[in-house]
Ligand binder design. Structure first.
Ligand code: DGL
Length: 262
């Protein structure tokens, strides 16, 4: 199993921000990335639909021989990972909004969370907030429209920055000092966010922590690749391959996405 690939899935292209962190820390590991862009956004679907799609993505990645699955989607993690762990016999690594580090570090005791509706309404999110953010004001905002903009390839347009400003204005005027990005698509917007967020507001992306956790689990289960080798990376999309390729190029990768239909 050591030589098997790591499977990664997201509702679309956002999980490529997590894959980027995995590449940094695990340069020898092969990966297979599944972008379910035909069904994005997951954040507007019911918990039952999110679980159904997450199961289907997992089954497909396991049929390709993956040894571990990274659920590179906050919405799928918060709605489905507990069931996936019960149902499938491989390790799963998920991603959740980084409320704990934000709450620990905050001086103003006010933190902002930008996430999808599916994540904000999940019981896992409610439990994390209750456990780790007592005494902290958590200002939540649904990033309505953002995933669609990114999936349609328009994330660098000025209108996106204006939408971000309008979404975040209320929490900024409340005095947050941390902004938690609770969706793996949103780190793609950090350049625009930095253009208007005050320098005193720290942006938290849990992608690097996911990579560290993946490394720890691979090591603890004797699943890590050994020896010098160049890793093989594949990307599949249920959506438009040209849009996926545009994103891959923007992130600096020369791979070509392959079409996938279920
Ligand atoms: N990247 C997904 C996440 O982290 C986006 C969810 C969606 O498709 O709405 O939540």
């Amino acid at each position: 199993m050591r030589t098997a690939p790591i499977g990664i899935f997201d509702s679309g292209l956002g999980g490529l921000t997590v894959r980027r962190e995995l590449f940094e820390l695990l340069p020898r590991e092969d990966t297979i990335y599944l972008a379910d862009s035909a069904n994005a956004p997951y954040g507007e679907k019911s918990p039952g639909e999110i679980l159904h799609l997450s199961r289907r993505n997992t089954e497909w990645l396991l049929s390709r021989g993956c040894k571990l699955i990274v659920v590179a989607c906050n919405t799928a993690t918060t709605n489905a990972i507990e069931s996936l762990r019960r149902e499938f016999g491989v390790p799963f690594i998920g991603i959740e909004p980084a409320i704990k580090p934000a709450a620990l570090e905050s001086r103003s005791k006010k933190i902002g969370v930008l996430a999808t509706r599916g994540t904000l309404t999940s019981s896992l999110f409610a439990n994390t907030s209750r456990l780790y953010a007592s005494g902290i004001q958590v200002l939540e905002k649904e990033g309505k429209g953002l995933v669609r903009i990114i999936e349609s390839g328009k994330w660098r347009e000025d209108a996106t920055k204006e939408l971000l400003k309008s979404l975040l204005e209320p929490m900024l005027s409340e005095g947050i000092d941390h902004l938690v990005l609770g969706c793996t698509h949103y780190p793609l917007l950090i350049p625009q966010l930095r253009e208007f967020l005050p320098g005193s507001v720290k942006i938290l992306d849990p992608g690097p922590a996911v990579a560290r956790q993946t490394l720890a689990v691979l090591n603890s289960k004797n699943l890590a690749q050994t020896g010098e080798r160049s890793a093989v990376h594949k990307v599949f999309t249920t959506g438009d391959t040209e849009l996926a390729n545009q994103m891959l190029r923007w992130l600096g990768y020369s791979q070509q996405a392959q079409p996938l239909s279920f």
